[in-house]
Design a protein around this ligand. Structure first.
Ligand SMILES: [Zn+2]
Length: 77
């Protein structure tokens, strides 16, 4: 009986489902990052292709936009 699987309640399943959704969106972000690194566009603004300011990348390594376009980027995501 020690190997019995723990009973999952509906709220447990809900929490797990929310976690899966969060992980999936994180994975999508990481895949985007990986392809940006591969194509040498990491750290460049999606809107104007200039280098994203270091302080923005330090605060958010996944930043896709420079300081000028960052508010625009948040709306896209
Ligand atoms: Zn920009």
């Amino acid at each position: 009986m020690d190997n019995e699987a723990p009973e999952l309640t509906a709220s447990d399943l809900e929490r797990l489902a929310a976690k899966v959704v969060a992980l999936e969106s994180q994975l999508a972000k990481l895949q985007t990052l990986a392809s940006r690194i591969e194509s040498n566009s990491y750290g460049k603004c999606e809107a104007c292709s200039t280098e994203i300011e270091m302080e923005i990348l330090a605060a958010d390594p996944e930043a896709l936009f420079c300081g000028q376009h960052s508010s625009q980027g948040q709306n896209l995501i």
